[in-house]
Design a binder for this molecule. Structure first.
Ligand code: G6P
Length: 621
């Protein structure tokens, strides 16, 4: 939530900052702002709305300066107006700060500062942090320690010791056009190292155009970034750290639309490739053996495990549910799937014979991270399934597997979901071999089925125009019901989530048999019902459910297996998926549902990539 960018060097900062904000807009897009140092003075422009509104607001005003900070906001404290937008300045305007995260003790700090005479303009916790730094700077420093430790660097570290909560911050100082300071705890921050220039951002996307050398700041670290000097990193308790410079593997093309109208559509169409990338190097083509480097060292614990608990949020939670079906069915290990936000507060029962798997596209979701902490404390083995390399969850787990889906920019998750399900299928198959629960012949069939998925998705994507036609028929509906059974039940949940996220149509996913325990009351001839009725997955049972819907006048859109005749006779519209094993079906049945949501949202004039009120990376509780 919230995206931050900063630049110091010899180029014009403004275009770099704006481009960076546009790349980070998926993180928050209700207001934006920029702060530049020009003629030794800090100049601030802020505006409610998107980055494009900020640009309009700046118009032809002065944007010179080769140092600056910028922020795109997802409001937490106070509405998304100009005053609450970042940057926030100190009382005397000498310092300016951008912040991503939440200061949990901001109310008590605010009171203390108000008693000392501070006045606040905004409702934000971030302004409180700015004033706290200013207060320490003015009142609590006993001189500077050494040349690397100027007064502001020190004030920031001292102030951050008083903070409870999460932050990624950058602070600039009037009169200092060579240097700024960056710190993080709990919220992501990447430093790009160029030649006599530094870039800082919430993720690498604003940076890769300029340099592939990056430093991932660790929790509790503060960096001083002076364009004429090497990076200096200290912990908030004043311990000097050696910066570790890594090379970025991401490419610029991977974060651009590449001819598609929207990132979401691009990411849906990328799935044949992203699934290949997820599997790459992980299945031995000669022996079919699955090799997962990140869990290899833990296989003896997996073999002995009593239980697997999967924690996740949102779409990742739906992938986790499919994981439950897969691992229980193939590896015969008891699996429990938990919402991370519930798990962290429910006093869970855990032992060191449990395995806890955290699934997260971003690797930064606050609830998933907090749930993981609890799991770690209990002694359970913790594994991660994440898309973003170097993200917090990947660092907090003992092992795990990257999904390698490439950057996902559309707020509604698509390719990350299928990559997560692919990894979970690999996990289930690998565990099945460790525990000898699936016969070799069947295992080989399943591997064949899995590797055939990308080709089958290509076939499904060719149905895009037909799906667009179906979308046209239902675009004005106010409610949708999604039904599925077995492996396709979580797909029904995910299909409904996709629709509500981007089209704002109310949609519910249900196990098909549960329909008669409530949702059936909603069905009338206005109500579209999407039923996933692929072959072999309780097919006869779901046909009965379809009959029940039809008898009440509901409009049926069915996802069926090619060659189906029975459902075709009853349903109003059918979308055929290629034949496959039931374990593999979710990777195919979700594709038409993603496309259906996309087209309906587009026809309703919604912002597909940046749906209202949502953000891609939820780093607040
Ligand atoms: C947000 C996003 C969803 C995502 C969820 C969990 O709500 O909008 O698309 O599924 O967070 O995010 P994670 O990064 O942990 O998978």
């Amino acid at each position: 939530m919230c995206g931050i960018v900063a630049y110091v060097g010899n180029r014009r900062a403004f275009p770099i900052l704006i481009k960076g904000l546009q790349r980070l807009e998926y993180r928050g897009y209700d207001s934006a702002g920029v702060g530049l140092i020009n003629n030794n003075k800090i100049i601030t422009y802020k505006q409610a709305g998107k980055v494009s509104d900020l640009l309009e607001h700046v118009g032809d005003r002065d944007i010179s300066g080769s140092i600056g900070i910028a922020h795109t906001r997802w409001a937490t404290h106070g509405p998304p107006n100009q005053i609450n937008s970042h940057p926030h300045s100190s009382s005397d305007g000498r310092f300016s700060l951008i912040h991503n995260g939440i200061i949990e003790n901001y109310a008590s700090l605010k009171k203390v500062l108000e008693n000392k005479g501070h006045h606040f303009k905004s409702d934000t916790d971030s302004e409180v942090l700015m004033h706290l730094i200013e207060d320490v700077y003015n009142n609590s420093l006993n001189g500077v320690e050494d040349k690397e430790d100027n007064r502001l660097f020190k004030a920031i570290r001292i102030a951050l010791n008083e903070i409870i909560g999460a932050y990624a911050i950058i602070v600039i100082e009037e009169g200092n056009k060579d240097e700024f300071y960056a710190a993080r705890k709990g919220s992501p921050l990447v430093i790009g190292v160029g030649n006599n220039e530094y870039f800082v951002a919430s993720d690498a996307s604003p940076i890769i155009e300029y340099t592939n050398k990056v430093i991932y700041l660790k929790d509790g670290e503060v960096a001083s970034l002076n364009k004429n000097k090497d990076v200096v990193i200290k912990t908030i308790d004043n311990k000097k750290q050696s910066p570790y410079i890594e090379e970025l593997e991401q490419s610029l093309e991977s974060i651009e639309k590449g001819g598609f109208d929207h990132f979401m559509l691009k990411e849906i169409f990328e799935q044949p490739k992203s699934i290949v990338d997820t599997m790459r190097g992980r299945i031995n083509p000669k022996t079919n053996e699955i090799i997962l480097g990140g869990i290899k060292d833990h296989e003896s614990r997996i073999l002995a495990a009593d239980r697997i608990i999967i924690i996740a949020c949102g779409t990742s939670w739906h992938a986790a549910l499919i994981g439950e079906y897969l691992i229980e069915d193939l590896a015969r290990i008891n699996v429990e799937v938990e919402y991370a936000s519930e798990f962290r507060y429910k006093n869970p029962i855990l032992t060191n014979n449990d395995i806890v798997i955290a699934i997260s596209q971003s690797g930064e979701t606050a609830d998933t991270l907090a749930a993981l902490e609890i799991a770690k404390e209990s002694g359970a083995l913790t594994l991660g399934i994440c898309n973003v390399a170097g993200s917090s969850i990947t660092r907090e787990t003992s092992g795990g597997t990257y999904t390698h889906a490439g950057p996902e920019i559309g707020v509604a998750s698509t390719k990350a979901f299928t990559a997560q399900v692919t990894v979970l299928t690999l996990f289930a198959l690998r565990f099945s071999q460790l525990r000898k629960t699936v016969e070799r012949e069947n295992y080989n069939f399943l591997i064949k089925e899995l590797t055939a998925v990308p080709g089958k998705i290509e076939k499904l994507l060719a149905l895009n125009d037909n799906i667009e036609k179906i979308a046209k028929v239902f675009k004005d509906a106010s409610n949708f019901l999604y039904l599925g059974r077995g492996f396709n039940f979580p797909v029904a949940l995910e299909g409904a989530l996709k629709l509500k996220e981007i089209s704002y149509i109310h949609a519910e996913g249900y196990p098909a048999a549960e329909m008669k325990h409530g949702p059936i009351a909603l069905i009338d001839d206005e109500m579209p019902i999407v039923v996933i009725a692929t072959r072999k997955e309780n097919y006869e049972k779901i046909v009965s459910n379809i009959q029940e819907v039809k008898a009440r006048g509901g409009k049926l859109i069915a996802i069926v297996t090619e060659g189906d005749t029975e459902v075709k006779e009853i349903a109003d519209y059918c979308i055929e998926i290629p034949k496959c094993f039931r374990e593999i079906a979710p990777l195919l049945t979700i594709i038409p549902l993603q496309l259906l949501s996309y087209h309906i949202a587009l026809m309703r004039g919604c912002n597909v990539d940046q749906p209202r009120n949502l953000a891609k990376s939820v780093t607040v509780e």
